[in-house]
Ligand binder design. Structure first.
Ligand code: ADP
Length: 580
């Protein structure tokens, strides 16, 4: 997948929210808009088609009106009937022909009452399917083997009584008639002339006569009986939306049906189709929504992602983390603040490293001085004693004393070195899943094995809780504590209280003696190396015990005693599972 489409969780959320905010209302609005547009566009189309169809109808009737009017004028001549009876051809005076021509009337015919042709201005065959009393008609004519229509006015002679003759005046309509109408209104026009009960279109397909069918019965009823127009959005086999209009002569006969329609295709089809419109708007909405969401999520989430990466780097101790500043807004300020913070942390780390190095050197110096001090005394004593022993005349009793001192002092140095070694590099702990009082009791057994009796109270309430520790190392730590305790009680009425309990998911183990206790002023220095109040002390016992407790995941501290003595306490986290 391209990088652009790999979205983080926050980015996906922003995208989702924006999409919901933009797309859902867009869909609702789209549906309503589509409904409104399609309905109102359909209405407008219908209105336009109806208006245009009326113009088409007028155009056709204009031909017939002129013919009817001319017929009436001729009938005003009371001698016209006599003239026709005498000589039909002569009855059509040249003046009348000229007027006809002026009016665009190119067909003048005279028929007997039984529709026998007795005069025709042009050689033409007319399908004389008009009814008695009908004054206008659209008739099929055959001219030079070619079928055409004629829009005619029919005048009976005489006008009021039974007709003895019919004067037919009219205009021939060829193929170009409907084309002319199409040009006039922009609509497709079809003229269906009447033949008996059926209606036929002559002009749409040259040389063919197409019957008007596929109209519902109700449509024919409306057109023929009510003489009203019929509008259909699926006219002419669904290819057009258009209006069928009856052409009615003044006597009320439907002489033809004129269709004016607009082909169904292109933009108007989309604009009138609610579903298509809706899909279009919805698609547009979704594209805009997704695009906005992506843009926003990139604008907001990207800087946030840089910041998150920066913070993660810092958390991983990479103080060189730097966030690009891409904008001048709040996010840009945040990035700047982050970079400043990272820079300060870098400086602080460097300072700390330097200080640590310095502190280490100082501590080493102090340690060396203390060690030197501790060793210098016994070495001095050994040295002097050795020098005195060299004197030959020296009192043998004194010599024995000197030898004892040399041994004692060298043992002291050896003990010191032993302690010191323990402190500096005690072995790697070997952890096991153990009962926390097990090393305590072992150390106790060794401590009280001496000649002086010790009264021991045990109160263990840690149940089955176990700790992960090296029993040997902890035993050593407890040994140092017992040594101090027994030394403090100086063998008299020695009494030790051992306790264990559970608290805050930790195990506490304490040892309390009945000695003089710990003076408040030495409390802060108890665990310092070489801190001792004893003449023969090394000051390393508690320091070693402290580091051993820590090496086992615990902590050693001086606790408030229940009696007047000293109380030391170790605490460990409970381990729930056995070690593998
Ligand atoms: P050392 O025993 O060699 O003096 P430690 O580090 O073991 O060194 O002890 C440091 C000091 O803490 C002791 O010198 C003593 O003053 C004090 N101390 C330790 N344990 C006790 C105790 N149980 N009662 C009183 N004082 C104690």
């Amino acid at each position: 997948m391209p990088r652009f489409f790999k979205l983080g969780r926050l980015q996906r959320k922003v995208l989702l929210v924006i999409s919901v905010i933009v797309i859902v209302p867009m869909l609702v609005a789209g549906w309503l808009a589509a409904e409104w547009v399609s309905i109102s566009f359909e209405k407008r189309l219908q209105q336009w088609i109806v208006d245009a169809a009326r113009a088409n109808q007028n155009w056709l009737q204009a031909y017939q009106n002129d013919a009817v009017m001319l017929g009436r004028v001729l009938m005003e001549d009371p001698t016209f009937l006599a003239k026709v009876e005498a000589n039909p051809e002569a009855a059509m005076s040249s003046q009348m022909r000229r007027i006809s021509q002026e009016l665009g009337i190119n067909l003048i015919q005279l028929y007997t009452a039984d529709k026998k042709l007795i005069y025709s201005s042009i050689p033409i065959e007319v399908d004389t399917q008009w009814a008695r009393g009908q004054t206008e008609a659209v008739l099929k004519v055959l001219r030079k083997q070619k079928t055409m229509l004629a829009a005619v006015g029919i005048t009976s002679i005489p006008r009021r009584n039974d007709p003895r003759y019919y004067l037919v005046l009219g205009s021939l309509l060829g193929q170009d008639f409907t084309d002319e109408l199409a040009q006039l209104t922009g609509l497709k026009a079809r003229l269906y002339y009447r033949e008996g009960k059926n209606y036929y279109d002559l002009f749409s397909t040259p040389g063919e006569r197409i019957a008007l069918k596929n109209l519902p019965a109700a449509a024919f009823e409306r057109l023929e009986k009510s003489k009203k127009s019929y509008y259909s959005i699926e006219a002419e086999d669904g290819k057009y939306r258009g209006l069928y209009m009856p052409i009615v002569d003044p006597t009320g006969r439907v002489e033809a049906i004129m269709f004016s329609g607009l082909e169904r295709r292109g933009v108007q089809e989309v604009l009138t189709n609610q579903v298509a419109l809706f899909l279009f708007i919805a698609l547009l909405g979704i594209v805009i929504g997704v695009f906005t969401g992506l843009l926003l999520s990139r604008l907001i989430v990207r800087p946030l992602r840089y910041l998150r990466d920066g913070v993660m780097q810092l958390a991983g101790q990479n103080f060189n983390a730097n966030v690009p500043i891409n904008s001048n807004d709040e996010l840009g300020d945040l990035a700047k603040a982050f970079n400043a913070m990272a820079a300060r942390l870098r400086e602080a780390r460097d300072e700390q490293a330097q200080r640590f190095q310095k502190d280490k050197l100082v501590a080493m110096g102090e340690l060396s001085a203390a060690l030197a001090h501790e060793i210098r005394n016994p070495i001095g004593i050994i040295n002097t004693s050795a020098a005195l022993l060299d004197k030959p005349d020296y009192n043998p009793e004194k010599k024995a004393e000197l030898t004892r001192m040399i041994r004692e002092e060298s043992l002291r140095v050896a003990g010191l070195v032993q302690d010191f070694l323990q402190l500096s590099r005690h072995r790697q702990p070997k952890f096991a899943f153990i009962d926390p009082v097990q090393p305590l009791e072992r150390a106790l057994d060794l401590a009280i094995a001496g000649p002086n009796p010790v009264n021991v109270h045990k109160q263990f309430a840690h149940g089955d809780a176990k700790i992960k520790a090296d029993a040997g190392l902890l035993q050593q730590a407890w040994s140092n504590i017992f040594t101090n305790a027994l030394q403090a009680m100086q063998g008299k009425d020695a009494e030790l209280s051992l306790q264990s309990w559970l608290e805050d998911n930790q195990i506490f183990v304490s040892v309390e003696d009945k000695g003089p206790g710990l003076p408040a002023e030495i409390m802060p220095r108890l665990f310092e190396p070489f801190f001792t109040t004893k003449e023969q002390g090394t000051g390393l016992g508690l320091t070693i015990a402290y580091t051993l407790a820590e090496a086992n995941g615990g902590r050693l501290e001086a606790a408030v005693p229940q009696g007047k003595g000293a109380r030391f306490l170790m605490r460990f986290p409970i381990t729930h599972e056995a070690l593998a």
